[in-house]
Ligand binder design. Sequence first.
Ligand SMILES: CC(C)(COP(=O)(O)OP(=O)(O)OC[C@H]1O[C@@H](n2cnc3c(N)ncnc32)[C@H](O)[C@@H]1OP(=O)(O)O)[C@@H](O)C(=O)NCCC(=O)NCCS
Length: 142
Amino acid sequence: MITNITENDIEIIEDLENKFPNIFLKNDILKDFKNNPYTKYLVYLIEGKVVGFINYYMIYERMEIVNFNVLDFFQNKKIGSSLLEELLKIAKDKKVGNITLEVRKDNVKAIHIYSKYGFKEVAIRKNYYNNTDGILMECELM
Ligand SMILES: CC(C)(COP(=O)(O)OP(=O)(O)OC[C@H]1O[C@@H](n2cnc3c(N)ncnc32)[C@H](O)[C@@H]1OP(=O)(O)O)[C@@H](O)C(=O)NCCC(=O)NCCS
């Protein structure tokens, strides 16, 4: 099941922070909801437990993917693809014009999956990730 959580989904938020400790500190997500009116978390649940998520910003007619992760054990089972498909569906429903993201140049798997859903490379961000370049990718919907 894929769902857009709110600040009231306390159990899911705690599970998300526990499952991805390299990304979140305790209470990061609640603080994010409090401080950033544009932030959203699309979460993939199996039997109520988090296995993957996309954190994105919905800023009027555009979206930005901030973080996209699936737990190692659940990778390569199309969970990431399902999350991206759901995000694209939301974007179309909300009449979003374009979605952007930054990805490490050496992250071939992520680049593959973004390309599969129509994202194109539009710019290189030199040394965006310490010594590795970032690629700005964009998916135009309108
Ligand atoms: C990127 C990520 C979210 C994808 O999630 P996932 O559930 O594994 O993705 P899926 O199973 O839906 O799809 C994986 C695709 O990558 C392909 N793939 C797998 N390993 C690959 C590799 N080494 N190189 C290129 N493509 C690869 C698979 O064949 C599949 O493509 P297909 O649908 O055309 O067959 C997940 O791998 C992840 O969490 N990675 C670590 C964090 C990360 O890099 N996030 C992106 C930051 S921008």
